[in-house]
Design a protein around this ligand. Structure first.
Ligand code: HEM
Length: 217
């Protein structure tokens, strides 16, 4: 705990502009990596991601969408643990990155698997019912992104908190979306689901006594 506090104090001494700059740079790295893969595949390196590059891109973006969703969810418990406001300053930005990666994932699906043939969407949903759950999670993240401004927070008042609690539901929908795709490899979907449940439990104030000693906040 003292090591955590020491690291946290060091981070506090970095100006908020630079912290935002570093977080933006690090968060953009996976997107840039995926972008260069797309460019290389389009310019002839067809086998770069195996026999089904479109599917591989959907998987890659889906995994990063989930990573950022978990990172954004962990901010609040980290704030409660460290009792340092600098952590909260970056919550909105990380949530927006989660939304961005989910949108890239949906875009990869629409481009490489659906090929923008919206007439096929009904048969697609029958073939892949987990699409509905993914879309549900994306719709919630869209609503949260649109209302993430200070202005929306002020004008919605108490309803803002209630609305933003829907992020728990989005995380559960994303887990089931992933679990329903278990074919051969069960490890990753189960791991992400366990991590989601753990993060949601840690965020719940009723379970705080298990992991947090002091009750300053
Ligand atoms: C918060 C929202 C979402 C999250 C966190 C998420 C996450 C994931 C993850 C982790 C995978 C599996 C990756 C792998 O196997 O390595 C996946 C697969 C997939 N997702 Fe999502 N997803 C979300 C929303 C969506 C949406 C909105 C769509 C489309 C409209 C979508 C379409 C798909 C498809 C088609 C696959 C599987 C491709 C295949 O194996 O055939 N997802 N998603």
């Amino acid at each position: 705990m003292s090591i955590l506090s020491a690291i946290s104090n060091k981070i506090t001494s970095v100006p908020v502009f630079w912290r935002r700059f570093i977080i933006t740079g690090l968060s953009a790295l996976p997107a840039l990596y995926i972008l260069q893969l797309v460019v290389r595949i389009q310019t002839g390196e067809r086998d770069l991601l195996g026999p089904e590059p479109g599917k591989a891109l959907v998987w890659l973006t889906g995994t990063w969408a989930f990573n950022f969703l978990l990172i954004a969810l962990v901010v609040t418990p980290l704030y409660r643990l460290l009792n340092q406001r600098w952590v909260l300053v970056h919550r909105r930005m990380l949530g927006l990155w989660a939304f961005l990666y989910t949108s890239l994932h949906a875009l990869a699906y629409a481009t490489f698997l659906l090929q923008w043939q919206w007439a096929d969407i009904t048969s697609e949903i029958v073939k892949r019912p987990y699409l509905l759950l993914g879309t549900g999670a994306w719709t919630i993240l869209l609503a949260l992104a649109l209302t993430s401004t200070r202005w929306a927070q002020k004008s919605l008042g108490k309803r803002w908190k209630a609305l933003h609690k829907l992020v728990y539901f989005a995380a559960l929908l994303a887990s089931v979306h992933y679990l329903l795709q278990i074919r051969a490899g069960w490890f990753e979907p189960v791991l992400y689901t366990v991590l989601t449940i753990l993060v949601l439990l840690v965020r719940n104030r009723r379970f705080e006594g298990f992991w947090k000693k002091s009750d300053k906040i």
